[in-house]
Design a protein around this ligand. Structure first.
Ligand SMILES: [Zn+2]
Length: 344
């Protein structure tokens, strides 16, 4: 089959990625619509460059209702100076910017879930065009890629950084070394239940060192998890040699070594529990608590009438509760709990 030649991305950056110094600008994506015939989506971007060296590509709000990454990266973009950098940092605090503005997981323009839209299309929807620009223009410029997620409105997680089991063991080792440097309270060997179309996959297929996170959730950021995000970003940039110093666990300027993170694993699909009932969820275990195989994780109470027994959902393996459904009402098919197995 002849290779397909794709047209160039319609995205125009207003920054020059090869110029030294700090530049704040936009990824301008044309979006013609009723209220703006020649209008554009303006995705904020900052590039901080100081000579040669590795490039880190940092993103938040890939899902628009996840806030730790956006807060940490708007903060980093505002405060990072070129003299502190060896190499280059590209910061996009709100990757799916239309979804971020709407406070929703997916884009209000096309209902696109950016993290299921990769590699994207230059001639597709707005969300597919954002994915395509990252795949063909930004990822090839990067050595290290970090995408900061949280649970959004419907999930809540123990705070962890994560990477995936990969066929290339050298690349896998690089990814897990960066996860360890992030120094979140937990570090995860992550199993994806729906990996097709993910940014993670696009970055990993290009051989990048890729780190993702899940830092809390519930559709808001908490002081604790935002602090973990800010610290983790600095730690990974230090680990990559882009910022001076060693990964540290304390406030800026504190160069103590990172504290040991607890490693979690997701060895199989048994980690996940999905609702088979609609109703009112009764949590029986809180995040971070240990569970044994057979322990009750949650009950789902029918709400149509009184007098009916709840359905019971139990752990299929030993571990800790790593994630849970956040809203109080659930629907059949919702992920209600994730048990991670503890490695240390
Ligand atoms: Zn997410």
């Amino acid at each position: 089959m002849a290779p397909v030649t794709l047209p160039p991305s319609p995205v125009t950056p207003t920054v020059d990625f090869d110029r030294d110094g700090v530049q704040h600008g936009f990824l301008r994506l044309p979006y013609s619509r009723d209220d703006s015939a020649w209008g554009s989506v303006m995705i904020p971007v900052t590039v901080v460059r100081n000579g040669g060296g590795p490039t880190a590509l940092l993103t938040g709000a890939n899902h628009g209702d996840e806030y730790e990454g956006a807060v940490a990266l708007f903060d980093l973009a505002r405060t990072l100076t070129a003299d502190r950098v060896a190499g280059r940092v590209i910061i996009v605090p709100a990757m799916n910017y239309p979804a971020f503005q709407a406070g929703t997981r997916t884009s209000p323009i096309d209902k696109g879930n950016l993290n299921r839209s990769f590699p994207g299309r230059p001639d597709g929807t707005v969300t597919q065009k954002i994915a395509d620009y990252f795949t063909r223009d930004l990822l090839p410029q990067a050595d290290l890629v970090m995408d900061i997620h949280s649970g959004g409105k419907t999930l809540d997680f123990v705070p962890f950084a994560a990477a995936h089991i990969l066929p290339d063991k050298d690349q896998e080792a690089r990814c897990f070394a960066a996860v360890a440097a992030f120094a979140a309270p937990f570090s995860m060997r992550m199993l994806e239940i729906d990996a097709v179309g993910m940014y993670d996959t696009a970055a990993e297929e290009q051989g990048k060192t890729f780190v993702t996170t899940e830092l809390g959730g519930g559709g808001t950021g908490r002081a604790e998890t935002i602090a973990i995000a800010k610290r983790g970003v600095r730690n990974v940039l230090r680990h990559a040699g882009i910022l001076a110093g060693i990964p540290a666990d304390g406030p800026p300027g504190d160069d103590r070594p990172a504290e040991a993170s607890r490693w979690l694993d997701m060895p199989s699909a048994d980690c996940f529990r999905f609702a088979e009932d609609n109703g009112l969820i009764e949590a029986c275990v809180d995040l971070g608590q240990p569970v044994r195989k057979g322990d009750l994780l949650a009950r789902i109470h029918p709400i149509g009438r009184t007098g009916l027994a709840p359905a019971e959902y139990r752990a299929a393996l030993d571990g800790i509760l790593a994630a849970r459904h956040f809203p109080g009402l659930v629907k059949a098919g919702d992920c209600i709990a994730v048990v991670g197995t503890v490695e240390n």
